[in-house]
Write a protein that binds this ligand. Structure first.
Ligand code: AMP
Ligand code: MG
Length: 344
């Protein structure tokens, strides 16, 4: 039985937060909103609690978890050292949607780090996440609160759709703000590497650590993981997703052509469509799911996972989507998630 505790996203009820904190201290599993997506929290220093996270999600044990802390001081005991680069990035971006991979201390259980000698850490900015971290006084290991490889949850309803009955509590603080997961930067390599793009983009990172580079995900899930947890297929609906990339007009023509052909063959087709593209699809009478305006990438990011889930619920034979072509700090993160959703 999963309890839902509804709280105000800005001023959460401290009694409800205390209840969730008690559950975490006792080794329970609590889903809560962060500014990126909903996380599934567990006491990060309790190996049994962490094992329950993997069990509830069906997550492979070689995919390490991010540890959420309330303050930089709470991060210190978890790491072997806090290099200058980490301190500078923390000063600029924490609390916020940036995760730093650092050398771990022996305090962090192997279950959290998938046996690596590094640990991923961030301080979230969402008032509910912060209230919960303050109230429990623990570091919380918290991956996204979805079944493994499914789209991350951006609403409490998404968490319940995947995990009802498998976790103790969902703290419902309404829809999350950013909508895509945190940027992950590995500070243990030279140069430091972005392992996962997010709203803190390369330009923002370079303003603090100029030599930061990017690393691509594994080409397929059969490849040895170049970075842990970077499975190519991720964030995916059950329905196959076909991604069309390129300059807007030609790409749109290819996509509408493909939709027309498939409909003619009797397939049921869903199109995930930017608002600007909708008139193009009108003659096709195809089922559209709105992605929001392409000209407003923050709105697209906030809507992306809900749209993927909604498209999936139609049980169509295929989901067609055009890649985002707008230049914006969030575009790389959106493209990354669309590519992974489209990897079979
Ligand atoms: P999630 O919390 O589900 O969004 O996924 C957390 C992701 O953070 C993992 O899948 C990895 O990509 C990354 N991560 C966590 N810990 C580490 C680590 N020690 N080294 C490298 N990447 C990590
Ligand atoms: Mg995840």
């Amino acid at each position: 039985m999963t309890h839902v505790l509804r709280v105000d996203p800005v001023h959460p009820d401290i009694q409800l937060i205390a209840k969730a904190a008690d559950c975490l201290r006792a080794g329970g599993l609590v889903a809560f909103p962060t500014e990126t997506v909903y996380g599934l929290g567990a006491h990060a220093l309790d190996p049994d609690a962490v094992a329950r996270v993997f069990q509830a999600k069906g997550r492979p044990a070689n995919d390490p978890l991010i540890v959420h802390v309330a303050t930089l001081d709470a991060a210190r005991p978890l790491v072997a050292d806090l290099p200058r680069t980490a301190q500078d990035l923390a000063a600029r971006f924490w609390p916020g949607p940036l995760t730093l991979v650092l050398r771990r201390s022996p305090l962090v259980p192997d279950e959290v780090t998938a046996g690596l000698d590094t640990v991923a850490i961030r301080i979230p900015s969402h008032p509910v996440a912060r209230a919960l971290l303050d109230a429990c006084g623990l570091p919380l290991a918290a991956p996204s609160a979805n079944l493994f490889s499914r789209p991350s949850p951006t609403q409490a309803a998404h968490v319940l759709a995947d995990l009802a009955g498998r976790i103790d509590i969902v703290v419902d603080g309404g829809p999350t703000d950013v909508g895509v997961e945190s940027t992950v930067v590995d500070l243990t390599t030279r140069p430091p590497m972005v392992l996962r793009p997010g709203v803190v983009d390369l330009d923002a990172l370079r303003s603090v650590i100029p030599d930061v580079g990017t690393r691509q995900a594994a080409a397929s899930d059969a490849d040895p993981l170049r970075a842990p947890g970077m499975m190519a297929r991720h964030y995916s609906p059950v329905t196959p997703v076909l991604l069309f990339d390129g300059e807007r007009d030609t790409t749109l023509a290819r996509l509408t052509g493909a939709a027309r052909d498939r409909i003619a063959r009797g397939e049921s087709v869903i199109v995930l469509a930017f608002d600007e593209d909708r008139p193009e699809f009108r003659p096709l009478h195809v089922h559209l799911v709105e992605l929001g305006p392409e000209g407003d990438p923050p709105a697209v990011a906030a809507r992306l996972y809900a749209a993927l889930r909604e498209a999936d619920q139609a049980h169509a034979s295929v989901i067609l989507v055009r890649g985002i072509s707008t230049r914006h700090p969030l575009s790389a993160a959106i493209q990354d998630r669309l590519r992974r959703a489209a990897t079979s």
